[in-house]
Design a protein around this ligand. Structure first.
Ligand code: XBP
Ligand code: MG
Length: 252
């Protein structure tokens, strides 16, 4: 089948959002809500095993604060805490705290120039996605993506394939017409379980995870004068990820 669309994960893939973005926002929300919780870089790396901010908070309470007495029922308190965190995250993004990873802008521009369809499949909230796109790519960039499949739009988050299946359905495409881009093990499991070939760009938090099933595993997408490093797979002697390499991966 012909490659029709690129489907991107957001956090860790389009941008390094976790350590200096989401983690900081969680801690600011904890402070605003009068909680003495502090997620340092190391603990947050462990908590990232649980996709989804609300699910991550619940996991933290269950694991580290079994005697926590919330000011309101947890089913109300966690969404409120997460909404506060999202407010801080959007503020951080809009202040320019988060930049795109190498090669992301270049690949998106090449896709647009070549009428390659684009979509997003992410665990984070739509507000977080749109603020990141607008701030890093400009107001119009939202329209570059036919589908922004995000957060609670599906019942089950990654590693469940639901978010990718939702994007495929909305685009009326089959898995073998699309290529996914991910950064984490849960994300890779999600895209693979949806039947998608997947390019993985690792980062500090995910570099030791198991990407044996990735079709090509890189340190980043590469750029002119910034060649990528291949961790696993065949890059066909290329030093940056472009549509030609995407099609070679799809055909083999
Ligand atoms: C990564 C996630 C998200 C973020 C936090 O999403 O698991 O939960 O860590 O965002 P992606 P929220 O699929 O883009 O890698 O607090 O909005 O969930
Ligand atoms: Mg990710």
């Amino acid at each position: 089948m012909t490659l029709e669309a690129l489907i991107f994960d957001v956090d860790g893939t389009l941008a390094e959002t976790e350590r200096d973005g989401h983690r900081v926002a969680f801690n600011l929300a904890f402070a605003e809500m009068g909680l003495d919780w502090e997620w340092d870089v190391e603990l947050y790396g462990k908590l990232l095993a649980v996709p989804g901010g609300k699910e991550r908070i619940q996991h933290y309470i269950d694991t580290f604060c079994p005697n926590f007495e919330p000011p309101s029922p947890l089913e109300d308190f966690i969404p409120l805490l997460h909404k506060t965190k999202t407010k801080y995250y959007v503020n951080l993004v809009e202040k320019g705290a988060i930049g795109l990873r190498p090669g992301v802008l270049r690949l998106l521009q090449e896709a647009l120039t070549n009428q390659m369809r684009l979509a997003i499949a992410t665990t984070t909230t739509t507000a977080n996605v749109t603020s990141l796109l607008k701030t890093t790519l400009g107001e119009d960039s939202i329209q570059w993506f036919e589908v922004i499949a995000a957060g609670d739009i599906v019942e089950y988050k990654k590693p469940h394939p639901g978010i990718y299946l939702y994007a495929l359905e909305k685009m009326n495409l089959k898995p073998d017409q699309c290529l996914a881009f991910e950064d984490s093990y849960p994300g890779l499991q999600s895209s693979l379980n949806a039947g998608l070939k997947t390019i993985v760009t690792i980062n500090e938090y995910t570099k030791n995870q198991n990407f044996d099933q990735g079709d090509l595993v890189l340190n980043h997408l590469g750029d002119h004068n910034l060649p990528f490093t291949v961790i696993k797979g065949d890059s066909y002697h290329k030093t940056l990820f472009d549509l030609e390499l995407a099609k070679l991966i799809m055909d083999n």
